[in-house]
Design a protein around this ligand. Structure first.
Ligand code: NAI
Length: 255
């Protein structure tokens, strides 16, 4: 039985991914702040270390899959927290579990990015370079100083996507796959919090995909389960948009 770790397993997309993978025969080890197999706070180095240690103990040091869904939106208490969870909470787990994955069967990891990663300017924020350099203190400081949590969110998703793509060559040589799924708006508590926020609520509600609706968590989970399966054995280092056509609408000439 394949063993797959899912972060953010208690809610939204992570809960749907856990269900889909269980349905496909995986043994899922869920990580979340609460209501999970492993309760851990991925916003702190100690929490990340504790999560990695607990996973290695449960899987005996051999892992087949990892799906990083845990994340916070632009309504998080601080922009620094967005960076801490969405970038460092992801990359610490991918790096910390890479050796265990290398010992697994047809290992595959996946990061939930976002269509926000393509937002204009998200790629050029100084905090992006700080994230990619692994300097959490500076990245958080730059994000907090900017005082624009929605920009920190977009930049965290851009940086984590670039991080994944930069790993494609080294991971591929080890027979390990790593992909990113970039959802558009999906009906989860995170999206609802954005819709309810007086700062961004109207913009979020008015940004409607060509298909005319937001997605449901199971529509992201189905694609994730496919990408983690043997049928997707040649899909590696790519970004799959699952967004009702939003990316095509906004960036028709980029692909
Ligand atoms: P959600 O709020 O339903 O689920 C996020 C989960 O992450 C929660 O269970 C939460 O407890 C967990 N989490 C947050 N901070 C954590 C921490 N410090 N330590 C451990 N766990 C933590 O949100 P949703 O929408 O399911 O989000 C999942 C991923 O999808 C996130 O990375 C989000 O950025 C991404 N996403 C969501 C979109 C949407 O419209 N819902 C659109 C694009 C991307």
């Amino acid at each position: 039985m394949r063993i797959t770790v899912v972060t953010g397993s208690a809610s939204g997309i992570g809960a749907a991914v856990s269900k889909a993978l269980q349905g496909a025969g995986h043994r899922v080890i869920g990580i979340d702040r609460q209501n999970a197999d492993i309760a851990a706070d991925l916003s702190t180095p100690d929490g990340r270390r504790a999560a990695i240690d607990a996973v290695l103990e449960r899987c005996g040091g051999v892992l087949d899959g990892l799906v990083c869904c845990a994340g916070v939106g632009a309504t998080a208490p601080s922009a620094g927290l967005v960076i801490g969870v969405n970038y460092f909470g992801v990359t610490a787990l991918v790096d910390g579990l890479a050796d265990a994955l290398a010992k697994g069967q047809r290992p595959a990891a996946l990061i939930i990015g976002s269509i926000a990663s393509t937002q204009q300017g998200a790629d050029s924020q100084p905090m992006v370079e700080a994230m990619l350099a692994g300097d959490e203190a500076q990245a958080r400081e730059l994000a907090d100083a900017l005082g624009a949590p929605h920009v920190a969110y977009a930049s965290s998703k851009f940086a984590v996507t670039r991080y994944a793509r930069q790993k494609a060559v080294a991971w591929g040589k080890q027979g390990m796959r790593l992909n990113v799924v970039a959802p558009g708006a999906v009906e989860t508590p995170l999206l609802q919090a954005s819709k309810d926020d007086p700062r961004f609520g109207e913009a979020v509600k008015n940004f409607v995909a060509p298909l005319g609706r937001a997605g449901e968590p199971h529509e992201i989970a189905g694609v994730v389960a496919f990408l983690q399966s043997e049928q997707a054995g040649f899909v590696h280092g790519t970004v799959v948009f699952v967004d009702g056509g939003m990316d095509a609408m906004v960036r028709p000439a980029s692909f």
